[in-house]
Design a protein. Structure first.
Length: 112
């Protein structure tokens, strides 16, 4: 009796797992759907690295205290800059990076 119960539980588990894997790959199930790729997509780490690189290339911002994070192609700027114009410049630079959807500027200024 115990071995029949074990086989029944194993069979149920396999059915659940096979259904889960099928649900994870909806594009394979349909041959009429197509996926259009318009170009290479940047990862969040690549976006972050590019924003940091471009900010560091700007002599006016190179020594500012700017932290950059990227999540779901949204860039978050944190820290402080010496002027409001520096924060606006960092924001503008981040918006030029390919793959960025939005920029959230949390930079504070402590100068003019």
């Amino acid at each position: 009796m115990t071995s029949k119960l074990n086989y029944a539980l194993l069979g149920a588990a396999l059915l659940v797992l096979s259904g889960y894997s099928a649900a994870q790959t909806p594009l394979e199930a349909s041959t009429t759907d197509s996926v259009i790729v318009t170009g290479p997509r940047s990862t969040d780490s690549e976006i972050r690295a590019e924003v940091i690189k471009r900010i560091d290339e700007n002599p006016a911002l190179r020594n500012e205290n700017i932290d950059v994070q990227s999540f779901d192609h949204n860039v978050y700027l944190y820290g402080s800059v010496t002027s409001r114009m520096g924060g606006e410049e960092a924001d503008a630079i981040a918006r030029t990076v390919s793959g960025v959807k939005n920029v959230y500027n949390g930079l504070g200024s402590f100068g003019a």
